[in-house]
Design a protein around this ligand. Structure first.
Ligand code: CLF
Ligand code: SF4
Length: 297
């Protein structure tokens, strides 16, 4: 439960709909889709759609410039009084597009200083940006960690692009896992709240996620969100094409129960799209397309 939080942490989570189960009934978040590029390949990702690490696959978000994104935030803030958090969660990786991501945060902070900033990343570039994340007062970061063992990782990530080079197989997974852990430790040592997302892929990392849970807890993660792989063949996820299935609700719950007690587990995630607007589970993105925002002068 969250009854035993320090006042300092409670202050940060009480109005964040993802970090507090209670808050999600009263407070809204929005995402701005300013980050199109990605620097890794997940086997469950189809690049035509939003990053499946934070969002529902098979949904195409409308991509925004930082300027338009900031304008949209102000428009939504005036129409949706419950808005407390703005996140950047794709459609690619927020930190594979650092200029766009941080420009957007800068503009939002200028225009709406009360809004909390949230960032979701695969973690590959995280250690390079922790200082900037702190400088921009981003106090919630999500890292998608699907494995800590490169042997498991090579079945999830066919390649990563790092240091001007494409890495494959176990080498790629090893670099990614090390960078994720390094980033996690750097963030928690600065008091930035970290949520870890894990995509549960039956037969690939389902057993392994109990170990991941233990590891991220020991490195100071605040919350663990285990999400089901959504395999929709019609959207052509690689795994979908290979017949990889997602977990049943019972399998997901069993894994979450096995991890419960180790740390706070998020169970109310709605796998939002990269341009989601509103309370979790409510999607008002169609009310705030860039065309409509442009008309809202
Ligand atoms: Fe967005 Fe993610 Fe921030 Fe929340 S979503 S960047 S932490 S503000 Fe929330 Fe949506 Fe689940 Fe993400 S319900 S997909 S956990
Ligand atoms: Fe796709 Fe997201 Fe993985 Fe990048 S990090 S390959 S956008 S699922």
């Amino acid at each position: 439960g969250q009854g035993d939080l320090s006042p300092e942490i409670w202050e940060k989570v009480k109005n964040h709909p993802c970090y507090s189960e209670q808050a999600h009934h009263h407070f809204a978040r929005m995402h701005v889709a300013v980050a199109p590029a990605c620097n890794i390949q997940c086997n469950y990702c189809n690049r035509k759609y939003d990053c499946s690490n934070e969002s529902r696959p098979g949904v195409v978000s409308e991509k925004l410039t930082p300027e338009l994104a900031a304008k949209k935030v102000l428009a939504v803030a005036s129409e949706v009084p419950q808005l407390t958090v703005v996140g950047i969660a794709g459609p690619g990786d927020a930190l594979a597009n650092p200029e766009k991501t941080f420009k957007t945060f800068e503009l939002i902070q200028k225009g709406a200083p009360d809004i909390r900033l949230c960032l979701s990343t695969n973690g590959l570039m995280l250690p390079d940006h922790v200082q900037t994340i702190q400088d921009f007062n981003v106090d919630h970061v999500t890292i998608t960690i699907n494995m800590i063992d490169p042997e498991v990782g090579e079945a999830i990530y066919p390649w990563i692009y790092y240091n001007r080079k494409r890495w494959k197989g176990r080498d790629a997974a090893k670099i990614l896992a090390e960078r994720q852990m390094e980033g996690l430790e750097m963030l928690t040592s600065k008091g930035i709240l970290v949520k870890v997302n894990s995509v549960m892929i039956p037969g690939v990392n389902d057993q392994h996620l109990v170990e991941v849970n233990r590891m991220v807890k020991s490195k100071g993660a605040f919350l663990h969100n285990i999400m089901p792989l959504i395999s929709e063949a019609e959207h052509g996820t690689y795994y979908g094409l290979n017949g990889q299935r997602g977990p049943s609700p019972q399998e997901l719950k069993k894994l979450q129960d096995d991890c419960e007690g180790e740390m706070n587990l998020m169970r109310h995630c709605r796998q939002c799209r990269a341009d989601a607007v509103g309370l979790l589970g409510e999607d008002r993105s169609a009310e705030f397309t860039s065309e409509k925002v442009a008309e809202m002068e």
